[in-house]
Structure formats: C-alpha cells, structure tokens
Design a protein around this ligand. Structure first.
Ligand code: NAD
Length: 259
C-alpha cells in the first residue's frame, strides 16, 4: 500500500469500508465564500471571539448580536454548497457514506443533498427565546434592531448554535459517539481540530480502529497524530479527484485483487 497513489489508497479504503463517517469543519465551506475562524483571512483577525461566548451574550446581547449578524446572517444566505459538499452528498446517496458530522452551522451539507447530517454546533436557521424557548426563523424577525426579542414574552432571542461555554446538544453528541465507535473510515475535511469537545470525535474513532483520511491544504492537529492518509489540498479539488477514483471502474479491478 505504501507506494500507492494516496487518492487510490483512500478510494480503496472507502470502497471496502462497511461504515464511513465524514467529519467536517469550517474549511469545507471556505470555497463557498464563508471564512473560517482561524488562519489566513479567518474571522478572528477581524472579530473578538469573546462575542460568541455565552456569558458575554447574556451580559451584552446587543453587542454580541452586532457581530453575530455580520458574521452569520449577512452573507450565509447567499453561500452555495461547493463540489466538496456535493461529493459527500453523492457518496451518501450511493451508500458509501453513513453520516456527516459537521461543526459548521451554515446548512450547506443539507443544501447539497446530504440527509444524515448531525450538526454538532447547532445551526443559524432558528432563533430561540431565552425566556420561553419559543423558536423563530431568522426571516420572520427583523435583525435591524438589536437584540431581536420574542413576540410572546419579550425575551431575548439567541441563535440556535452552540456558543463557547455551552454544551453540545444531546442528539448530535450521541450520534457522533456512535459513529466514532462503528466507523471503519473517518473522513476529516477542513478542520484544525482545536475546538473542544468536537476535536475528540476523530480521536475516539481512531481508538476504536477507524482509518483516518484527512483533507486540508495545511497540516492540522490531527495530521501527525492520527491521520493515516493525508490528502493535502483544497476541499473542492481533493474531493473532485477522490470522486473520480471512487466511481472509476479501474478501482473495481483492484478490489478484486488485481493489484
Ligand atoms: P477553523 O476555522 O478552526 O479551521 C479551518 C480549517 O480549514 C483549517 O485547518 C484550514 O487549514 C482549513 N482550510 C482552509 N481552507 C480550506 C479549503 N479550501 N479546503 C479545506 N480546508 C481548508 O475551523 P474549525 O476547525 O471548523 O473550527 C471552528 C469552529 O467555528 C467550528 O466549530 C465551526 O462550527 C465554526 N465555524 C463555522 C463556519 C461555518 O459554518 N461555515 C465558519 C466559521 C467557523
């Protein structure tokens, strides 16, 4: 295997896998025009991360909302899924991908057609009243006055994504543990692996014996520690190439032991 083209090697692993999980981070959406938090052009070079702290939000919802709107509501609606999201959706349709666990809150996996998506950090598509728990769609509310408030009780509305200092919702958390325990292959795309506790999921999968395939233009915290096959490059380019291998007839020969 060692001398094999890594794309071919990855494709073979994926074809033989009984259960594969995709684990994605901000990097998969960069080519859809959504900047990541860290690194070059990252949001943290422009904004203060503390505005996404739960405590900060509770103390100064207006200040927090100003930033939240700019980061998440002004341009998320215009972002479209890219080739990498599409390849994952196709893999799922063709029975090659069991689920996608995403740290992203942009809804682009679902828009690309993926159906089994676990949003580890929630999403931006609903706003919830901190007082009575009533949910609203962002489109129903004016985001011109901060903070938006509940029509029923006047409570402050908070986006339904996970702030720093908040716990992970039960359903995606349970699903992620289960996926980590039963996957033969974990396909990590575009994440630094710095955000706790999400970053532990691929490590758990590795401990349970999964092979780790990683896609990233830069090495991450995972690359030297748990990654078995590193496909270095932008998500769209790498996933397009991988798709070519996955759905090519030549691979079937390898699978039948020609190699
Ligand atoms: P991150 O911002 O910490 O890191 C982004 C990673 O993407 C880096 O490793 C970088 O090398 C890689 N990357 C950059 N361009 C890429 C490309 N074209 N293709 C593939 N990879 C590329 O992101 P993170 O680790 O996901 O953690 C940040 C947290 O911020 C997450 O919890 C996520 O929820 C949230 N976030 C979400 C969005 C979104 O929903 N699109 C955007 C920003 C941040």
């Amino acid at each position: 295997m060692g001398m094999m083209d890594p794309f071919r090697e990855a494709a073979l692993l994926l074809k033989r896998s009984r259960y594969t999980t995709a684990f994605t981070g901000a990097g998969i959406s960069v080519e859809s025009g959504i900047p990541p938090f860290r690194g070059e052009g990252g949001l943290w070079s422009k904004y203060d991360p503390k505005t996404l702290d739960l405590q900060y939000f509770l103390e100064d919802p207006t200040g927090s909302w100003r930033v939240i709107k700019e980061i998440f509501y002004d341009f998320f609606d215009t972002a479209k899924p890219n080739k990498a999201h599409q390849v994952l959706a196709r893999m799922e349709q063709e029975g090659m991908l069991g689920c996608t666990i995403t740290q992203n809150i942009d809804y682009l996996h679902q828009e690309a057609g993926s159906r089994v998506v676990y949003e580890f950090h929630g999403n931006t598509k609903s706003l919830r009243c901190l007082h009575c728990n009533r949910a609203y769609k962002p489109g129903q509310m004016s985001l011109d006055h901060f903070p938006p408030t509940c029509r029923e009780c006047g409570g402050v509305l908070k986006p339904d994504f996970v702030f720093f200092g908040e716990s992970i919702p039960q359903i995606p958390l349970g699903a992620a543990y289960e996926a980590a325990s039963l996957s033969d292959v974990f396909l990590i795309i575009g994440t630094t692996g710095e955000v706790m506790p999400a970053n532990q999921i691929p490590v758990m999968a590795k401990q349970y014996g999964a092979k780790i395939i990683e896609v990233n233009p830069e090495p991450s915290n995972y690359t030297l520690h748990i990654t078995d096959i590193f496909l270095q490059g932008k998500a769209t380019e790498v996933m397009e190439k991988l798709e070519g291998q996955l759905f090519s007839a030549a691979l079937d020969n390898d699978e039948n032991g020609v190699d």
